[in-house]
Design a protein around this ligand. Structure first.
Ligand code: GRF
Length: 192
């Protein structure tokens, strides 16, 4: 069974969705570690309630001494060091709350993303899972889910996108765990 580590920086609703999917065996894997670069965030409580070991992640390089089958960045707001990304090439999945390459990269996180979507006046938005490469939100795209922007503000669109994120992340991690993801250069294929 694959061992997964999840990195968070906040409330951990994406983490919770993965915990629940593993516990109901929708994903045949075990979340063995949760790391947060911030202390006292609710995501750590979520992990502890499910008996998952938690760590305060201060030295990002320390991830080079680990051997997880998959690392998931679920609302993790730091950029991983080059040697960690190289060690875990195509084995780190990030979830971002926009349709990359729009509204992503430096400074685009959390509500800032959704406010930019509203301010720009785009007609569709959504979320993206991708493999993590050296830069922020630049790696090969695994899956995207979209929705129409209606009479929304940043708060209402954030709630709708977060629901899509949960679905997108579970489907992406499940495909990875089941060995159904193939990467050729930047092109990712998910086999049924
Ligand atoms: C999510 O919108 C995620 O895409 C973004 O930060 C938020 C984290 O939410 N990176 P949560 O901590 O998983 O509830």
């Amino acid at each position: 069974m694959m061992n997964i580590a999840v990195l968070i920086s906040g409330s951990g609703s994406n983490l919770q969705t993965l915990i629940d999917a593993c516990e109901r065996k929708e994903i045949d894997a075990k979340i063995v570690s949760v790391y947060s670069n911030k202390k006292n965030v609710y995501g750590l409580n979520r992990a502890e309630k499910h008996g998952i070991k938690t760590y305060h992640l201060e030295d990002l390089e320390s991830l080079c001494d680990t051997n997880y089958d998959l690392i998931v960045l679920a609302g993790f707001l730091k950029i991983l060091p080059k040697n960690v990304v190289e060690k875990y090439e195509h084995k780190i999945i990030n979830i971002h709350p926009s349709l990359i390459p729009s509204f992503c990269g430096k400074g685009y996180y959390g509500m800032k993303v959704h406010q930019a979507v509203i301010d720009y006046g785009v007609k569709v938005t959504g979320c993206t899972t991708h493999f993590v490469s050296e830069g922020a939100d630049e790696g090969p795209i695994i899956m995207q889910k979209w929705l129409q922007v209606e009479d929304d503000d940043a708060q209402s669109i954030q709630k709708k996108v977060l629901e899509l994120e949960h679905q997108c992340l579970v489907e992406s991690v499940k495909a990875f765990v089941e060995g159904r993801i193939e990467v050729k250069d930047r092109k990712v294929s998910i086999h049924e």
